[in-house]
Design a protein around this ligand. Structure first.
Ligand SMILES: *Cc1c(COP(=O)(O)O)cnc(C)c1O
Length: 367
């Protein structure tokens, strides 16, 4: 069916952009008019409906806003729009993406406070609760679900419970987990969730989306610090007409609809999660046999991306990377600040046999 779509020269074992299916790539091949119903109704509004359905069994409580730009644009837009002038956000960070939220707040020059954790340690609900008791000005909590810096999975359920108990608005960067790890926003108590086209839904890059509790977003008029990053303003038009305020990345958006359809065909988020988890298990066990050690203990390791320590003092990631690329696999450098690591992602159009082939190639390269 997709015979005319070329093969990729190598698999991307990276946390996005990632390897996509031929179906997704073939959906890029036609042009769209942003004013026509063929696009607004049949693509944009369909996507928004599918996203809220994925987000919760109580999907009517949520609304999805699509926004131009990579995932970070969505995080900044969400912080600015949800917080307003008066809000103060508690940021929980144990990696680069948590710290990026701090950068956004610095630029916005609005109140925030940071609770930092070590990169190899989960965000700790006990310390969060202590801080919530002390600092009564906090109105919002922001955290990263899967911190892609290391691949650590943070205890979103317990932090959400605290947000409910202390009546704080809960913002979750689920960039690298939404669509790949089952979650129900209403059950958890997430008010705003941010993700993007090129992670676990397996689309191509170009836009991000925020799934927001409708009643809360309604109250966000005039909050945003930036016109182009005003989620409320973007939502108002889009909700009525399916139109984006400014030119939308039409091809990427159409490919995303195809990616959502393929997620359904795979069996939904649970099935995708099981594939990723099987990929990760094979990877972990295989790498262990080859003498590599994981950075994180298994209990806090996500099925999304895995950090491995350099196996020896004289290991050169650059040379290793080149040889692996020649064999058809693109790996990812490490991002941890205090240890020498590299990362292997297993999200995207990646199957257990790909991991088996990867392990064979690593064995050859290491020999
Ligand atoms: C990918 C990612 C982002 C967004 O990064 P962009 O480079 O802007 O796409 C944010 N948070 C997490 C956890 C991510 O994995």
């Amino acid at each position: 069916m997709y015979d005319s779509i070329p093969e990729n020269p190598y698999l991307l074992l990276t946390p996005g952009p990632l390897s996509t299916s031929k179906g997704v790539r073939s959906a890029l091949l036609r042009d769209w008019c942003t004013w026509d119903d063929d696009y607004n109704q049949e693509v944009v509004q369909k996507i928004r409906g599918k996203l809220t359905t994925l987000a919760s069994r109580s999907s009517e409580a949520y609304t999805a806003v699509l926004l131009q730009g990579s995932g970070s644009y969505g995080v900044e837009a969400c912080l600015g729009t949800a917080l307003g002038q008066e809000g103060k956000v508690l940021i929980l960070a144990n990696g680069a993406y948590g710290m990026r939220m701090v950068r956004f707040m610095e630029y916005m020059n609005r109140p925030w406070t940071l609770l930092p954790f070590d990169e190899t340690e989960q965000t700790d609900p006990v310390r969060v609760e202590e801080l919530l008791k002390k600092d009564k000005r906090i109105t919002h909590i922001a955290m990263v679900h899967c911190e892609t810096t290391t691949g650590i999975l943070n205890p979103v359920e317990e932090i959400c419970r605290l947000a409910k108990k202390y009546q704080k608005t809960m913002i979750v960067d689920a960039m690298s987990s939404f669509g790949g790890i089952p979650m129900d926003l209403e059950d958890l108590g997430i008010d705003f969730l941010i993700s993007s086209a090129n992670k676990c839904i397996q689309g191509v890059p170009g836009f991000c989306f925020v799934i927001a509790r409708r009643e809360l977003l309604k109250q966000c008029q005039g909050n945003a610090h930036s016109y182009s990053l005003d989620l409320y303003d973007q939502w108002k038009d889009m909700d009525k007409t399916g139109k984006w305020r400014f030119t939308s990345p039409t091809h990427t958006v159409r490919a995303f609809l195809q990616a959502l359809t393929e997620l359904e065909e795979e069996g939904g988020v649970q099935a995708r999660y099981e594939r990723y988890a099987e990929n990760q298990r094979l990877l972990r066990e295989g790498m262990e046999r080859l003498g590599f050690q994981e950075l994180l203990p298994r209990e806090i390791q996500s099925p999304i991306i895995t950090s491995f320590l350099y196996p020896s003092e004289d290991f050169h990631f650059g040379a290793f990377y080149q040889k692996m690329k020649e064999k058809g696999f693109v790996l990812y450098p490490g991002k941890v600040s205090r240890r020498e690591t590299f990362r292997i992602g297993n999200i995207g159009e990646i199957y257990p046999e790909d991991i088996e082939n990867l392990l064979k190639s690593i064995k050859e390269v290491m020999a």
